[in-house]
Write a protein that binds this ligand. Sequence first.
Ligand SMILES: [Mn+2]
Length: 379
Amino acid sequence: MRLIHLSDIHAGKNLGRVSRNEDVVYALNQVVDFCKENKPDLVLVAGDVFDKANPDNEAKEIIFDFFLKLHSLNIPSVVISGNHDSYEFMKSLKKLLQVIDVYVVPKPNLEECVLDVKGLKIACLPYPSERVLTRAGEDSKLSYAVLVEKAIKYLYEKVKDAPLKVLLSHLFIAGSKYTRTEREATITDYYAVEPSAIPEGFDYVALGHVHRYQRIEKAPTHVYYTGSLFQLDFSEAGQEKFFNFVELKEGEPPHVEAIKLSLKNPLHTFEINQENYAKELEKIKDVQGYIKVHLIVKDKTKMHLVAEKVKEALGEKLIKLELLTPEEAIKKRLEEEREIQKLNLLDLYRDYFKESYGREVPQEIIKTVSQLLEQVHES
Ligand SMILES: [Mn+2]
C-alpha cells in the first residue's frame, strides 16, 4: 500500500493584494506528475484545502481540477477539513466528489469517521473545533486536549484489528515547530495535544495544521506534518516545502520519503538602509518571487522619496514595505530571531488575567474565551 500525504493547500490564499493561486497550481501539478510516475494507491489530504470558509471560484476550480486529474489516474483521495475550511462547505461537496473517488470527511463525527479504501483503514478526525468537541455534553468539563485524545482513542478502537491503519487529522501536537501562519489562536498550549495521545498501533499518522515539515519524534509511532505546499507568507520565507510518499507493509515500519516541491514564488525579506538604497536595490531587483522590505530610515525628510524608489525598482514583486527607525529595526530582528509571538489573543488574555488578578486563568474561563475567539473568527 503506497500513499501520498499532503496538507495545507490553502487554495485562494492572498498575500497583500496578490493571489497565490498560481503557487497552488504549481505545487499541485508537481503532486500530479509524481502520481503519474509512481502510481500511489491513495492520496490523503490533511485539511486546509481552502484558505477561506468562502473560497473564490478560481480556488474551487483549481481544487476540482486536481481531484479530477487524480481520478483520471485511477487514484482515490481522502480529504478532511482543516480549521480554515468551512465544515458546511466541505459537506456540500461530499456526495458530488464521491463520484470521482474523492472521499470527504467534513466534520468530526465519530460514527462516520472510519473509511476503508483498498483494504487500508483510515481513521479521520477533521479539525476538532472547540464547539464541536464540547457539544458532547457530559464531557464538557474536560479540557480540549483530553477530549481530542478521547476521540483519537475511540477511533483507534474501531480500526485496531485491521492489518494496516492510519490516522488522518488536522490538529496541533504539543512541541511541534510552527510558523505563525496557522492562525494564531489555534496554536497555543490550550489546543496542544500530547504526542503520547496517539496510539502506537497506527502504522502512520498523517497530520495537517502546522505549516513546517516535521516528524513528531516524541510520538510512539510515525507521525508527520508535511506542512503547507508553498510559503504562505513571510513567516515561512526560506522554508522548503514537501509532501510525503509512504509505503506501508504489514508488520513493518513504514517507508517514508519526503518529496521536495519547487516553489513558483519564493518569499524574501530584505533590509535596506536609506543611505545606500540604490546599491542595495540593485542587488535584489532580479530576485525571483515576492519581497518584503524593511526600509531603515535615519532622515525622515527624505523617507518618502526613498520609499518611492523602492516601489519603482521592485514593482509587482514588492508586497510589503515597512519603514523603520534603526532602533525599531534592531528590535524587529531580535523578535524574529527569538520567534517571540505575542499576537496570540489567548496568550495575551492569559497575561492580562495574571496581571489583573494575580493568578492563572481558570480552565473554565480559558474555554469560554477560546469559544468566543472561535465564534468571532467564524463570523
Ligand atoms: Mn493551515
